[in-house]
Design a protein around this ligand. Structure first.
Ligand code: TRP
Length: 337
Protein backbone atom coordinates (compact mmCIF):
# COMPACT_ATOMS: atom_id res chain seq x y z
CA UNK A 1 0.00 0.00 0.00
CA UNK A 2 1.44 3.31 -1.08
CA UNK A 3 1.07 6.24 1.27
CA UNK A 4 2.90 9.45 1.87
CA UNK A 5 4.25 10.21 5.32
CA UNK A 6 1.72 11.35 7.90
CA UNK A 7 1.83 15.09 8.50
CA UNK A 8 3.41 16.39 11.67
CA UNK A 9 0.88 16.54 14.47
CA UNK A 10 -0.73 13.18 13.99
CA UNK A 11 -2.64 11.05 11.55
CA UNK A 12 -4.78 12.43 8.80
CA UNK A 13 -8.02 10.51 8.91
CA UNK A 14 -10.51 11.61 6.31
CA UNK A 15 -14.17 10.79 5.94
CA UNK A 16 -16.51 12.05 3.32
CA UNK A 17 -19.84 10.97 1.94
CA UNK A 18 -22.41 11.54 -0.71
CA UNK A 19 -26.07 10.63 -0.87
CA UNK A 20 -26.78 8.12 -3.64
CA UNK A 21 -29.02 10.01 -6.03
CA UNK A 22 -28.10 8.43 -9.36
CA UNK A 23 -25.54 9.13 -12.02
CA UNK A 24 -23.01 11.94 -11.55
CA UNK A 25 -22.43 14.67 -14.13
CA UNK A 26 -19.27 16.20 -15.56
CA UNK A 27 -19.30 18.94 -12.90
CA UNK A 28 -18.75 16.29 -10.23
CA UNK A 29 -16.17 14.61 -12.41
CA UNK A 30 -13.93 17.67 -12.45
CA UNK A 31 -14.82 18.82 -8.94
CA UNK A 32 -15.20 16.18 -6.26
CA UNK A 33 -13.48 13.25 -7.96
CA UNK A 34 -9.96 14.68 -8.51
CA UNK A 35 -9.88 15.80 -4.89
CA UNK A 36 -10.74 12.29 -3.70
CA UNK A 37 -8.08 10.74 -5.91
CA UNK A 38 -5.53 13.10 -4.42
CA UNK A 39 -6.65 12.43 -0.86
CA UNK A 40 -6.61 8.68 -1.27
CA UNK A 41 -2.83 8.92 -1.70
CA UNK A 42 -2.23 11.60 0.91
CA UNK A 43 -4.38 10.51 3.83
CA UNK A 44 -3.47 7.91 6.41
CA UNK A 45 -7.02 6.64 6.06
CA UNK A 46 -9.76 7.66 3.65
CA UNK A 47 -13.30 6.56 4.42
CA UNK A 48 -15.64 7.08 1.47
CA UNK A 49 -19.24 6.53 2.46
CA UNK A 50 -22.36 6.17 0.38
CA UNK A 51 -24.94 7.88 2.59
CA UNK A 52 -28.04 5.79 1.94
CA UNK A 53 -29.52 6.41 5.39
CA UNK A 54 -29.32 10.14 4.78
CA UNK A 55 -31.01 9.67 1.41
CA UNK A 56 -34.01 8.22 3.25
CA UNK A 57 -34.75 11.62 4.79
CA UNK A 58 -36.13 12.98 1.53
CA UNK A 59 -38.72 11.25 -0.59
CA UNK A 60 -37.18 11.90 -4.00
CA UNK A 61 -33.81 10.53 -2.88
CA UNK A 62 -35.23 7.41 -1.28
CA UNK A 63 -36.41 5.98 -4.59
CA UNK A 64 -34.30 3.18 -6.13
CA UNK A 65 -31.95 3.30 -3.16
CA UNK A 66 -30.12 0.03 -3.75
CA UNK A 67 -29.70 0.72 -7.44
CA UNK A 68 -28.47 4.25 -6.81
CA UNK A 69 -25.99 3.07 -4.21
CA UNK A 70 -24.53 0.65 -6.73
CA UNK A 71 -24.40 3.36 -9.41
CA UNK A 72 -22.43 5.63 -7.07
CA UNK A 73 -20.06 2.83 -6.07
CA UNK A 74 -19.48 1.90 -9.73
CA UNK A 75 -18.82 5.55 -10.56
CA UNK A 76 -16.26 6.00 -7.79
CA UNK A 77 -14.48 2.78 -8.75
CA UNK A 78 -14.57 3.55 -12.47
CA UNK A 79 -13.14 7.00 -11.75
CA UNK A 80 -10.13 5.53 -9.97
CA UNK A 81 -11.06 5.08 -6.33
CA UNK A 82 -8.88 2.18 -5.27
CA UNK A 83 -10.36 -0.07 -2.57
CA UNK A 84 -6.87 -1.11 -1.48
CA UNK A 85 -6.26 2.51 -0.43
CA UNK A 86 -9.76 3.79 0.31
CA UNK A 87 -12.36 2.24 2.57
CA UNK A 88 -15.45 2.54 0.39
CA UNK A 89 -18.69 1.39 1.99
CA UNK A 90 -22.43 1.83 2.40
CA UNK A 91 -23.57 3.76 5.47
CA UNK A 92 -26.41 1.38 6.37
CA UNK A 93 -23.99 -1.58 6.34
CA UNK A 94 -22.24 -0.18 9.39
CA UNK A 95 -24.95 -0.10 12.03
CA UNK A 96 -22.63 1.63 14.50
CA UNK A 97 -23.31 4.97 12.79
CA UNK A 98 -26.96 4.86 13.83
CA UNK A 99 -26.00 3.67 17.30
CA UNK A 100 -23.62 6.55 17.86
CA UNK A 101 -26.12 9.03 16.37
CA UNK A 102 -28.65 7.89 18.95
CA UNK A 103 -26.25 8.54 21.81
CA UNK A 104 -25.26 11.91 20.32
CA UNK A 105 -28.93 12.89 20.13
CA UNK A 106 -29.01 12.87 23.94
CA UNK A 107 -26.46 15.69 24.14
CA UNK A 108 -27.74 17.77 21.21
CA UNK A 109 -30.24 20.53 21.95
CA UNK A 110 -33.22 20.55 19.59
CA UNK A 111 -32.91 24.34 19.28
CA UNK A 112 -29.43 23.94 17.80
CA UNK A 113 -30.78 21.63 15.11
CA UNK A 114 -33.72 23.89 14.35
CA UNK A 115 -31.25 26.65 13.49
CA UNK A 116 -29.47 24.49 10.92
CA UNK A 117 -29.73 26.29 7.55
CA UNK A 118 -30.39 23.12 5.52
CA UNK A 119 -33.23 22.18 7.84
CA UNK A 120 -34.76 25.64 7.65
CA UNK A 121 -34.54 25.54 3.87
CA UNK A 122 -36.19 22.11 3.69
CA UNK A 123 -38.96 23.28 5.97
CA UNK A 124 -39.85 26.14 3.66
CA UNK A 125 -39.30 24.32 0.38
CA UNK A 126 -40.96 21.04 1.32
CA UNK A 127 -43.27 21.86 4.23
CA UNK A 128 -44.93 18.44 4.01
CA UNK A 129 -41.65 16.61 4.43
CA UNK A 130 -41.19 17.21 8.12
CA UNK A 131 -39.78 14.02 9.53
CA UNK A 132 -37.60 13.70 12.58
CA UNK A 133 -34.82 12.25 10.43
CA UNK A 134 -34.50 15.57 8.68
CA UNK A 135 -34.07 17.40 11.96
CA UNK A 136 -31.43 14.97 13.24
CA UNK A 137 -29.69 14.71 9.86
CA UNK A 138 -26.59 16.55 11.16
CA UNK A 139 -26.45 14.33 14.25
CA UNK A 140 -26.15 11.26 12.03
CA UNK A 141 -23.59 13.12 9.94
CA UNK A 142 -21.60 13.91 13.10
CA UNK A 143 -21.69 10.21 13.97
CA UNK A 144 -20.47 9.31 10.43
CA UNK A 145 -17.45 11.50 10.98
CA UNK A 146 -16.67 10.99 14.66
CA UNK A 147 -17.08 7.22 14.71
CA UNK A 148 -13.79 7.07 12.76
CA UNK A 149 -12.31 9.94 14.75
CA UNK A 150 -11.86 11.67 11.42
CA UNK A 151 -9.61 14.70 11.55
CA UNK A 152 -10.61 16.17 8.18
CA UNK A 153 -13.86 16.23 6.22
CA UNK A 154 -13.91 17.37 2.59
CA UNK A 155 -17.31 18.88 1.74
CA UNK A 156 -18.94 21.58 -0.35
CA UNK A 157 -19.77 24.98 1.12
CA UNK A 158 -23.40 24.00 1.79
CA UNK A 159 -22.25 21.28 4.19
CA UNK A 160 -19.96 23.48 6.29
CA UNK A 161 -22.64 24.16 8.97
CA UNK A 162 -23.03 20.40 9.42
CA UNK A 163 -19.32 19.98 10.12
CA UNK A 164 -19.50 22.88 12.58
CA UNK A 165 -22.28 20.96 14.36
CA UNK A 166 -20.12 17.85 14.39
CA UNK A 167 -17.39 19.84 16.12
CA UNK A 168 -19.91 21.16 18.64
CA UNK A 169 -21.16 17.64 19.35
CA UNK A 170 -17.57 16.41 19.78
CA UNK A 171 -16.90 19.24 22.26
CA UNK A 172 -20.07 18.53 24.21
CA UNK A 173 -19.34 14.82 24.40
CA UNK A 174 -15.73 15.35 25.44
CA UNK A 175 -16.70 17.93 28.06
CA UNK A 176 -19.34 15.73 29.59
CA UNK A 177 -17.86 12.24 29.37
CA UNK A 178 -14.12 12.74 28.87
CA UNK A 179 -12.07 13.21 25.75
CA UNK A 180 -12.85 10.70 23.05
CA UNK A 181 -13.26 12.69 19.84
CA UNK A 182 -11.07 15.07 17.84
CA UNK A 183 -12.71 18.21 16.45
CA UNK A 184 -12.79 17.52 12.72
CA UNK A 185 -11.61 20.20 10.31
CA UNK A 186 -13.50 21.10 7.16
CA UNK A 187 -11.67 20.82 3.85
CA UNK A 188 -13.71 23.10 1.59
CA UNK A 189 -14.09 21.45 -1.78
CA UNK A 190 -13.61 23.57 -4.86
CA UNK A 191 -16.91 24.45 -6.40
CA UNK A 192 -17.54 23.04 -9.83
CA UNK A 193 -16.92 25.66 -12.48
CA UNK A 194 -19.23 23.98 -14.96
CA UNK A 195 -22.56 25.69 -15.58
CA UNK A 196 -25.84 24.55 -17.07
CA UNK A 197 -25.85 24.06 -20.86
CA UNK A 198 -29.32 25.51 -20.93
CA UNK A 199 -28.95 28.44 -18.57
CA UNK A 200 -25.33 29.49 -17.95
CA UNK A 201 -26.35 31.61 -14.98
CA UNK A 202 -26.90 28.46 -12.92
CA UNK A 203 -24.56 25.66 -11.99
CA UNK A 204 -24.84 22.38 -13.85
CA UNK A 205 -27.20 20.23 -11.81
CA UNK A 206 -28.98 16.91 -12.11
CA UNK A 207 -32.13 18.44 -10.73
CA UNK A 208 -32.49 20.67 -13.79
CA UNK A 209 -33.64 19.67 -17.28
CA UNK A 210 -32.05 16.60 -18.85
CA UNK A 211 -30.48 18.59 -21.71
CA UNK A 212 -28.85 21.04 -19.29
CA UNK A 213 -26.25 18.59 -17.99
CA UNK A 214 -23.95 15.88 -19.32
CA UNK A 215 -24.01 12.77 -17.23
CA UNK A 216 -20.90 10.62 -17.01
CA UNK A 217 -22.83 7.80 -18.63
CA UNK A 218 -24.40 9.72 -21.53
CA UNK A 219 -24.13 7.93 -24.87
CA UNK A 220 -22.24 9.57 -27.75
CA UNK A 221 -25.58 10.31 -29.45
CA UNK A 222 -26.93 11.99 -26.32
CA UNK A 223 -23.78 14.09 -25.96
CA UNK A 224 -23.90 15.17 -29.61
CA UNK A 225 -27.53 16.13 -29.25
CA UNK A 226 -27.00 18.06 -26.03
CA UNK A 227 -24.12 19.97 -27.60
CA UNK A 228 -26.25 20.82 -30.64
CA UNK A 229 -28.95 22.38 -28.52
CA UNK A 230 -26.66 23.91 -25.88
CA UNK A 231 -27.36 27.65 -25.75
CA UNK A 232 -24.81 30.08 -27.16
CA UNK A 233 -24.46 33.86 -27.01
CA UNK A 234 -24.97 36.62 -29.55
CA UNK A 235 -22.04 37.37 -31.82
CA UNK A 236 -19.86 34.83 -33.57
CA UNK A 237 -16.55 34.98 -31.80
CA UNK A 238 -15.34 32.09 -29.67
CA UNK A 239 -13.93 34.04 -26.81
CA UNK A 240 -13.88 33.69 -23.03
CA UNK A 241 -15.91 36.53 -21.53
CA UNK A 242 -18.04 35.54 -18.54
CA UNK A 243 -20.12 38.71 -18.67
CA UNK A 244 -20.80 39.11 -22.38
CA UNK A 245 -20.50 35.48 -23.40
CA UNK A 246 -21.48 33.29 -20.45
CA UNK A 247 -22.58 30.31 -22.56
CA UNK A 248 -19.52 30.20 -24.81
CA UNK A 249 -17.26 30.78 -21.79
CA UNK A 250 -18.84 27.77 -20.09
CA UNK A 251 -18.31 25.60 -23.17
CA UNK A 252 -14.70 26.78 -23.32
CA UNK A 253 -14.28 25.75 -19.68
CA UNK A 254 -15.63 22.28 -20.42
CA UNK A 255 -13.42 22.01 -23.51
CA UNK A 256 -10.35 23.03 -21.56
CA UNK A 257 -11.04 20.61 -18.71
CA UNK A 258 -11.51 17.65 -21.04
CA UNK A 259 -8.57 18.48 -23.26
CA UNK A 260 -6.24 19.59 -20.46
CA UNK A 261 -5.31 22.71 -22.45
CA UNK A 262 -5.52 26.38 -21.55
CA UNK A 263 -8.62 28.24 -22.64
CA UNK A 264 -6.41 30.68 -24.57
CA UNK A 265 -5.11 27.85 -26.74
CA UNK A 266 -8.60 26.68 -27.52
CA UNK A 267 -9.66 30.19 -28.46
CA UNK A 268 -6.76 30.24 -30.92
CA UNK A 269 -7.81 26.91 -32.43
CA UNK A 270 -11.20 28.41 -33.23
CA UNK A 271 -10.16 31.88 -34.31
CA UNK A 272 -11.70 31.41 -37.72
CA UNK A 273 -14.54 29.02 -36.89
CA UNK A 274 -18.16 29.39 -35.98
CA UNK A 275 -20.16 28.08 -33.05
CA UNK A 276 -21.32 25.03 -34.94
CA UNK A 277 -17.90 23.55 -35.62
CA UNK A 278 -16.79 24.44 -32.10
CA UNK A 279 -19.74 22.64 -30.52
CA UNK A 280 -19.42 19.62 -32.82
CA UNK A 281 -15.74 19.27 -31.94
CA UNK A 282 -16.48 19.72 -28.26
CA UNK A 283 -19.02 16.88 -28.39
CA UNK A 284 -16.31 14.57 -29.78
CA UNK A 285 -13.79 15.73 -27.17
CA UNK A 286 -16.26 14.94 -24.38
CA UNK A 287 -17.13 11.55 -25.89
CA UNK A 288 -13.45 10.62 -26.15
CA UNK A 289 -12.74 11.96 -22.68
CA UNK A 290 -15.47 9.90 -21.08
CA UNK A 291 -14.73 6.67 -22.96
CA UNK A 292 -12.20 5.13 -20.50
CA UNK A 293 -14.46 5.81 -17.51
CA UNK A 294 -17.52 4.48 -19.32
CA UNK A 295 -15.63 1.35 -20.32
CA UNK A 296 -14.63 0.63 -16.74
CA UNK A 297 -18.12 1.46 -15.57
CA UNK A 298 -19.64 -1.06 -18.00
CA UNK A 299 -17.28 -3.77 -16.75
CA UNK A 300 -18.29 -3.07 -13.16
CA UNK A 301 -21.96 -2.88 -14.09
CA UNK A 302 -21.66 -6.35 -15.57
CA UNK A 303 -20.10 -7.62 -12.34
CA UNK A 304 -22.38 -6.36 -9.58
CA UNK A 305 -21.31 -9.22 -7.32
CA UNK A 306 -17.71 -8.06 -7.48
CA UNK A 307 -18.69 -4.51 -6.56
CA UNK A 308 -20.94 -5.72 -3.77
CA UNK A 309 -18.09 -7.74 -2.32
CA UNK A 310 -15.82 -4.66 -2.41
CA UNK A 311 -18.52 -2.78 -0.48
CA UNK A 312 -18.96 -5.64 1.99
CA UNK A 313 -15.22 -5.71 2.61
CA UNK A 314 -15.25 -1.93 3.00
CA UNK A 315 -18.00 -2.20 5.61
CA UNK A 316 -16.03 -4.88 7.48
CA UNK A 317 -12.93 -2.67 7.54
CA UNK A 318 -14.99 0.32 8.65
CA UNK A 319 -16.64 -1.75 11.37
CA UNK A 320 -13.28 -2.61 12.87
CA UNK A 321 -12.74 1.03 13.74
CA UNK A 322 -16.39 1.87 14.36
CA UNK A 323 -16.98 -0.92 16.86
CA UNK A 324 -13.95 0.13 18.90
CA UNK A 325 -15.27 3.68 19.12
CA UNK A 326 -18.70 2.43 20.18
CA UNK A 327 -17.09 0.33 22.88
CA UNK A 328 -15.24 3.34 24.25
CA UNK A 329 -18.38 5.50 24.04
CA UNK A 330 -20.52 2.94 25.88
CA UNK A 331 -17.93 2.78 28.64
CA UNK A 332 -17.59 6.57 28.87
CA UNK A 333 -21.34 7.22 29.08
CA UNK A 334 -21.58 4.58 31.78
CA UNK A 335 -23.51 1.66 30.29
CA UNK A 336 -23.13 -1.64 32.15
CA UNK A 337 -20.46 -3.60 30.34
N1 TRP B 1 -24.81 15.43 3.87
C1 TRP B 1 -23.84 15.16 2.84
C2 TRP B 1 -24.38 15.67 1.51
O1 TRP B 1 -25.55 15.80 1.34
C3 TRP B 1 -23.53 13.68 2.74
C4 TRP B 1 -22.90 13.17 4.00
C5 TRP B 1 -23.45 12.33 4.91
C6 TRP B 1 -21.59 13.49 4.49
N2 TRP B 1 -22.60 12.08 5.91
C7 TRP B 1 -21.46 12.76 5.71
C8 TRP B 1 -20.56 14.30 4.04
C9 TRP B 1 -20.30 12.89 6.48
C10 TRP B 1 -19.41 14.41 4.80
C11 TRP B 1 -19.28 13.70 6.03
O2 TRP B 1 -23.60 15.92 0.62
Amino acid sequence: MERSNPPAGGEKIILTGMRPTGVLHIGHYFGVIPELLKLQNEADRLFLMIADLHALTTLEDSKNLAENSLILANTYLAAGIDPSKTTIFIQSHVGEHAELANIFSMITPVSMLELNPTYKEMRTEHPKNNNLGLLVYPVLQAADILIYKATHVPVGKDQAPHIELAREIARRFNARFGKVFPEPKTILQKESKILSLHDPKRKMSKSHKEESFISLLDSPEAIRKKMKIAVTDSGKEIKYDEKKKPAISNLLTVYSLFLGKEIKEIEKMYKNSGYRDFKNDLAEVIITGLTPLQKKYKELENNPEQVKSILKQGALNAKQTASKTIETVCRKVGFLA
